[in-house]
Ligand binder design. Structure first.
Ligand SMILES: Nc1ncnc2c1ncn2[C@@H]1O[C@H](COP(=O)(O)OP(=O)(O)O)[C@@H](O)[C@H]1O
Ligand SMILES: [Mg+2]
Length: 326
């Protein structure tokens, strides 16, 4: 399953009741793919008891459940079978048996009525929800950036591209306030697997994906990560664009310079590239990011040529992570 959407983070489909009171009567919530699961708080879900509605994404509704010992979990309920997510979670677990990679822990997968349930570690608010009430200081941003890059380095070392990095898919730990974890492996793709033509939520999509010039690879996550970091820094989506590839490419060029000729040549939409629209004037990265090291790092992550883009290992060695902010 691929979790590609055209929604923007600010008009996200993600909805949460973390801060509101528990729903106590019969409830049904839906995710944007239309999965509608009817449940009641206190009702059984297999051998678990439903205790709270947590959130919904593009494909899944997520509820809190407890087991017979009262231990809480999150259960992601899907209306379609999605073996990809489970297979990727299992593979990650195999190579990260102690859960040190900063990726949501997977516990079980079972069918329930017409639904498929993925039992996961119970986490807290996602970054999108968090940013609606709070902002991050530079130290917090540095820590979150480092944690996500470390998790991504682990995934990339296994040859897996996440393909849907965005604030909704980064979630705070429920217990340890400053820890974040990567979630949502619904679109995660192995290097040797079929690569969907289009990946990512629009605003986080890399130019090589929009251009359809080659099979994309793990470097597409680095572009998405850069978009995500600018958003964490400024508090709003960086590349604001609707569902329009040509306008998206025009905006990218107006911020980051021309698309290399070889990428245009290999593009499957090459014939349309001669008539790109004129975007509204865009804020340049240097106008938004005041820290010089962060600006330098982001510039290397926003390299349009994905073969030249910095990777996770190089990101973690960058000066920005050597700095202590007071
Ligand atoms: N383990 C978890 N603990 C707490 N909340 C979670 C957990 N997994 C997902 N969520 C919440 O549910 C939302 C949707 O889950 P996600 O796996 O991203 O589904 P989708 O594939 O539909 O986007 C997330 O944005 C997050 O807020
Ligand atoms: Mg998601």
């Amino acid at each position: 399953m691929n979790s590609t959407t055209e929604s923007s983070s600010s008009s996200s489909s993600s909805s949460s009741s973390e801060s509101s009171s528990d729903k106590s009567s019969s409830s049904s919530s839906s995710c944007s793919s239309g999965c509608q699961f009817l449940y009641e708080i206190g009702e059984k879900l297999d051998k678990y008891v439903i205790t709270k509605y947590l959130s919904s994404g593009t494909f899944g509704m997520v509820l809190e459940v407890i087991d017979e010992l009262g231990i809480p979990y999150a259960v992601k309920i899907l209306s379609q079978t999605d073996h990809t997510e489970v297979e990727v979670l299992k593979q990650i677990q195999q190579f990260d048996p102690f859960g040190e990679a900063g990726i949501v822990r997977f516990y079980d997968y079972f069918a329930w009525q017409d639904y498929h349930c993925i039992l996961l570690e119970r986490l807290g608010l996602n970054l999108h929800e968090y940013l609606q009430q709070n902002s991050l200081n530079i130290t917090e941003l540095q820590s979150i950036f480092q944690q996500i890059t470390t998790s991504l380095l682990f995934m990339h070392s296994l040859g897996i591209t996440h393909t849907d990095l965005k604030p909704e898919n980064i979630v705070f730990s429920h217990q340890q306030k400053h820890l974040v974890k990567l979630i949502d492996m619904g679109g995660a793709t192995q290097a040797n697997e079929h690569h969907s033509t289009v990946i990512n939520t629009r605003q986080y999509r890399a130019p090589e994906v929009i251009l359809r010039c080659d099979a994309w690879d793990t470097s597409s996550d680095i572009w998405s990560l850069a978009c995500l970091i600018v958003e964490l820094y400024t508090g709003s989506v960086f590349i604001k664009v609707g569902n329009n590839d040509l306008m998206h490419l025009a905006i990218i060029q107006s911020i980051f310079g021309p698309i290399p000729r070889w990428m245009k040549e290999r593009s499957k939409i090459k014939t349309k590239l001669n008539s790109l629209p004129y975007p509204k004037p865009q804020l340049q990265l240097g106008q938004l990011i005041k820290d010089h090291d962060l600006l330098d790092l982001l510039t290397k992550m926003f390299c349009i040529d994905h073969n030249q883009r910095i990777d996770c290992h190089q990101i973690l060695l960058h000066n920005f992570f050597q700095k202590k902010f007071i």
